[in-house]
Ligand binder design. Structure first.
Ligand code: CMP
Length: 480
């Protein structure tokens, strides 16, 4: 984009220079005719024809000088960018242009009007000085405030700043000799005069700094603070754009009227995206609360009249039995046995992108997808690679549950997903009443393992025959 702008500038400068050169050469070439024309139409006697020609030439040479200065600016600062790898501050570029143009203009002026005493004109005219001073008061204020901003460098392009009583917040786009230009998070552009900015407090969140944010939440007094702190910390550290260089801090702010007030402090990788990250963090806290059976504190006034809100995916026991009966590995179970399993199952909700199971961890339960979809991923060369997508009615996590080995893959929610978790105890009761189930399970596990062997880095996932798995399950569950 910057390169395209430079190219356009170059084209405009070249065309303008060409036009001025043509007009200038015409004036010089036809100066005798022009002189005659002016003599014929001269109204007053103050200006001699030579003066008029000189003034015209001054204007044209002035334009040419401007173009030359722009071209010089372009070349000098282009070279600077090439050498240093970044743009020189706009203010420096502007000061360079102003000084270069003034010098050139004075040179042309004294060449065109050799008899005019410029020095005397500037030094003796006190009124001129006062008028100029008053007219340039604001401009010079901005200019010098801009210089001090450039010298101090309290912030740079790309930093997020908040300025003044109106608390304008946005990403700094430009610092010129007149103003600071910031782009707000509503994509508006705000210009703040350098002189106003110099008088106001400015909050700076530098781009290359780990800036922190705070998100507030609360729980009921009956919820354990130790558990709350652990659950929220683990949920937040996984969210996108939360830096893994510093562990989020969760602490009690206040023992409030309605419940215990907490704050969660976390550090961002890219501070300019803090709105999205705050929202994601709040979302993760909500889901983590659901899974850990923690409760947000409602205002005390409404505590007695509010019913428990209808929860996402709220189902009755009958629907749970139906769901489990439709899972192929539980097909051999009787209605009573499936009912036993349904009673022991625990429901959890996961946000899109949340990890349900992490490869390598210990696990003593399996899961059935009740609503939503999950993706099974293996770590290949240190990167997650999808191997399967599981939909409603599919199950996962059975390998660790039945063999006691670590989890073989990551399972991540693709969309908001509700899963039913079935623990070791519940499965053991089912195996005790229906030992045939072990055989069909060992077959499925062996098939999935074959699928994993081709992908996984770790050596824990060697393909294993269903007979080997069968005896592993029997051993682990103490089935004879
Ligand atoms: P477990 O090893 O306990 O945890 C990760 C789970 O991912 C694993 O059990 C299986 O349920 C599931 N899994 C592994 N490989 C596959 C596969 N190829 N297809 C479907 N599911 C799989």
């Amino acid at each position: 984009m910057a390169r395209r702008r430079s190219k356009n500038n170059l084209i405009i400068l070249t065309v303008a220079a060409a036009i001025v050169l043509v007009v200038l050469s015409l004036v010089i070439h036809f100066s005798a005719d022009l002189l005659e024309l002016i003599l014929r139409f001269r109204a007053d006697k103050i200006a001699t024809p030579e003066h008029i020609i000189a003034a015209l030439q001054l204007v044209l040479f002035g334009i040419l000088a401007y173009i030359v200065v722009r071209a010089l600016n372009f070349t000098v600062f282009g070279l600077f960018r090439l050498r240093r790898g970044f743009d020189a501050p706009t203010l420096v570029q502007n000061v360079f242009s102003i000084i270069a143009f003034s010098l050139l203009f004075l040179l042309i002026f004294s060449w065109e009007f050799p008899n005019a005493n410029l020095g005397a004109l500037f030094t003796t005219s006190a009124i001129f000085g006062v008028i100029l001073g008053l007219a340039l008061q604001d401009t010079l204020g901005n200019f010098f405030a801009g210089i001090s901003l450039q010298a101090d460098r309290p912030f740079q392009v790309g930093d997020v700043i908040t300025v003044g009583a109106q608390r304008h917040t946005g990403v700094v786009e430009e610092i010129s000799w007149r103003a600071i230009k910031i782009r707000t998070f509503q994509n508006h552009v705000v210009l703040i005069n350098n002189s106003s900015a110099a008088k106001e407090p400015i909050e700076v969140c530098p781009r290359d700094n780990l800036n922190a944010r705070l998100v507030f939440f609360n729980t009921l007094y009956t919820d354990s603070p130790a558990k709350t702190i652990h659950v929220v910390r683990e949920a937040v550290r996984e969210a996108d754009n939360v830096s893994d260089r510093i562990t989020p801090v969760v602490r009690i702010r206040n023992l409030g009227d309605s419940g215990v007030d907490y704050e969660c402090k976390y550090w961002l990788v890219d501070y300019a995206k803090y709105n999205d990250t705050d929202a994601l963090v709040r979302q993760r806290i909500w889901y983590a609360f659901r899974r850990a059976d923690l409760n947000f504190a409602f205002p005390t006034q409404t505590l007695h009249i509010e019913r428990k809100p209808v929860t996402l995916g709220e189902v009755d026991g009958g629907a749970l039995v139906e769901r489990l009966a439709a899972v192929d590995i539980f097909a051999p179970l009787s209605v009573e046995e499936t009912g036993m399993l349904a009673q022991a199952a625990v429901r959890h909700v996961f946000a899109p992108g949340e990890t349900v199971i992490r490869a390598g961890e210990e696990g003593s339960s399996m899961f059935v997808v009740h609503n939503g979809r999950v993706q099974v991923q293996v770590n290949e060369n240190g990167r997650p690679r999808p191997v399967a997508t599981l939909n409603e009615g599919d199950f996962f996590g059975e390998m660790a549950l039945f063999t006691g080995e670590p989890r073989t893959a990551n399972v991540v929610a693709i969309e908001e997903t509700e899963v039913l978790e079935i623990g070791h105890g519940a499965m053991k009761r089912v195996f005790d009443t229906n030992p045939d189930l072990v055989e069909s399970l060992s077959f499925i596990i062996s098939e999935r393992r074959q699928g994993l062997v081709t992908h996984v880095d770790s050596d824990t996932s060697q393909g294993e025959s269903s007979a080997g798995i069968l005896s592993a399950i029997r051993r682990f569950f103490g089935i004879s």
